[in-house]
Design a protein around this ligand. Sequence first.
Ligand code: LMR
Length: 395
Amino acid sequence: MFGSLKALPADPILGLLAKYRKDDNPNKIDLGVGVYKDESGHTAVLNCVKKAEQHRIDTEDSKVYIGPTGSDLFNDEMAKLIFGDHKVLAENRARTISTPGGTGSLRVAAEFIKTCKPGATIWVSNPTWANHTGLFEAAGLTVKTYPYYDYENKNLDFDGMLAALKQVSSDDVVLLHACCHNPSGMDLNQEQWQQVADVAKSVGFTPLVDMAYQGFGAGLDEDAYGLRLMADSVKQMIVCSSCSKNFGLYRERIGGCTIIGESSISVDIAHSVLLSVVRVIYSMPPAHGAAIVETILSSEELRNEWYAELKEMRDRINGNRQLIVDKLVANGVTRDFSFITRQAGMFSFLGITPEQVQQLQDEYSIYMVGSSRMSIAGIANSNVDYLAESIAKVL
Ligand code: LMR
């Protein structure tokens, strides 16, 4: 059976990490996979997470199954984090389940959409996270793209986006990045979110909002602004969220999938379908990450500690944006890279060619995705001079 298989290339993002780890150049820089790193290049466990984990070790008294919804406390806390005091919670129109990370959430959402409408079309931004297309196609959805990033002007192609979304069918799903657009770092402003929400309402498509970086852009509430606006306008929507980045729980695989329905009765029906989807994929989510998150969010002390740790990560990334732009100028680069400071979150496109990206990797041990997506968190005071000098050379 396996005889007909042909080896596939490594994943464009995760494969980079394996290469980076094998590289013995002491100056190597990892700007590949989207994980937060501190000044020393380390992805540390947050202090609030350490404390919540200790609490779990001290108090957990059973490893019995938890069921396909996961933890109710985690689900409630996640819904509040996503929606704040939005009316969808008061109206009892939202249902959240715990999922194995943001990717697990997206896959469950995709299977759920397929159950609602076999062969449904999902529109994704051009560009989008490298795994979105494969993931949706693997679930049997048809993937189409709408214009999003204007590579020439390093800006949004908002007119193109809006025009494309006006043409989609009411049966289609449109994937939107809540904040910190991956890979471009280019987000919609408040007015643009309003316009997209208006189009969603008039066309009647179902928004699927991917929120993998809540708190990494401008703040927890600020990053959920567009999504909450969207929830004001549409009757139904799906939100896939992740605790990988903002809680630093990458390997614990914890996220949430939230559906909003027209009424509490219709969302209960949809929820039952969502649970049947979960049952036939992984039966139930892992419990550990959810227990950590719910402990943090339901304790005032740990929650405040988390806010502070999250702010520290956000501020460091934002500081790195200005740092690299200044260092490029200091290295005599005349091309304008100031757009990097106008973007948000973990990523920016540097806007260099695939050959230059390869040259950075081969000659300078600097690793970024082939599209020239840089994970800004990999920049540090200790490596930024070498990075800027190397970029200046390949330019
Ligand atoms: C990324 O885009 O680098 C992250 O979301 C990690 C991943 O799974 O690709």
